[in-house]
Write a protein that binds this ligand. Structure first.
Ligand code: HEC
Ligand code: HEC
Length: 264
């Protein structure tokens, strides 16, 4: 009897020790996750944009907003809806810069060129859209692009590109491919195969919130594909937004938008 009891206690102690070790290991593993990645968000108002190719620039959306309200508001309107006081006289009218579907088809480089060269830089666009190359510095024009991004993606300031890059490079690339082209080594195992995150046309159909939901809730919940895992319980919201930021950066490298026609 006594022997059996002692045995039970010893077993109990052993399992407690085992569980403690597991818990400790778990915490350690979780801590090691994404190690080397800076934590938290970008500073408020700072947006990482992609110049042509793989170049990147950190632009100041708060300064961009100030410039926008000085130089662009008269036609595009304070909130970017295309309802500035001069809009009534324009034909074609400025398109709503708040239209996420439309604006997401524009790469960062495209918007920069539109602001720099004006109507001449946008195929088929209006001459009323001026060139700001002379009036504004290169930095100021990138700051404006950052503000344009915030106008159609209010969640632009959540997460951090570098955190997203580190997480993606560990947990996502094997299916989605290093560059997000949907050609990771596991891809042939799944139907449908992973999509191309660099396709602006396809990515433009997804809002930031759509991407967040797909990553957080996974393919079963969002009816995308049963093979897309749900990462909601694994990563913090901060980390999930960081992944969204990184996916947008992959997309931002796409050179040309599909539809360049100005609104009538
Ligand atoms: C005199 C009126 C006017 C002013 C001022 C103006 N725009 Fe425009 N803008 C237009 C018109 C008209 C278009 C062409 C229709 C369209 O694409 O919305 C246009 C187009 C654009 C586009 C292209 C959108 C696309 O389809 O890719 C961007 C970006 C843009 N403007 C940003 C700016 C910014 C930033 C400023 C301030 C530095 C500015 N605009 C000032 C009238 C103006
Ligand atoms: C086991 C393979 C696998 C892994 C790992 C994986 N995915 Fe997916 N993912 C898929 C498949 C398959 C789909 C469905 C096809 C598609 O839309 O790409 C998908 C879909 C998505 C979508 C929705 C795309 C759309 O068009 O609606 C997003 C966003 C996404 N994955 C992001 C991620 C991120 C971020 C990670 C890493 C944290 C990740 N995935 C890890 C396989 C995977």
């Amino acid at each position: 009897m006594r022997y059996a009891e002692r045995r039970r206690v010893r077993l109990l102690l052993a399992s407690v020790a085992f569980l403690l070790t597991c818990g400790f290991l778990g915490v350690e593993l979780a801590r090691g996750e994404g190690s080397g990645a800076p934590a938290g968000s970008d500073p408020p108002g700072i947006v990482t944009l992609r110049t042509n190719g793989s170049g990147m620039v950190q632009a100041d959306a708060a300064n961009g907003r100030r410039l926008y309200l000085t130089y662009c508001v008269v036609c595009h309107g304070a909130t970017g809806k295309g309802d500035g006081p001069a809009a009534a006289m324009l034909d074609p009218k400025p398109r709503p810069l708040t239209d996420d579907r439309l604006m997401s088809t524009r790469s960062d480089a495209w918007l920069f060129r539109a602001v720099t060269k004006g109507g001449a830089g946008i195929p088929g666009a209006s001459v009323h859209m001026g060139a700001w190359e002379e009036a504004l510095s290169e930095k100021e024009r990138w700051d404006l692009v950052a503000h344009l991004r915030v106008l159609h993606r209010p969640t632009q300031d959540r997460g951090n590109v570098e955190t997203g890059r580190a997480l993606y490079g560990t947990y996502c690339w094997n299916c989605h491919g290093r560059e997000g082209k949907g050609n990771g080594p596991f891809v042939h195992l799944f139907v449908p195969p992973s999509r191309d995150f660099t396709s602006a046309e396809r990515m433009a159909r997804l809002s930031d919130q759509d991407l967040f939901n797909a990553i957080s809730r996974g393919g079963v919940a969002t009816l995308v594909s049963p093979y897309m895992p749900a990462w909601g319980g694994v990563f913090s919201d901060q980390q999930l937004w960081s992944l969204v930021r990184f996916l947008r950066l992959l997309q931002g490298g796409t050179e040309q938008p599909t539809a360049g026609q100005p609104a009538k």
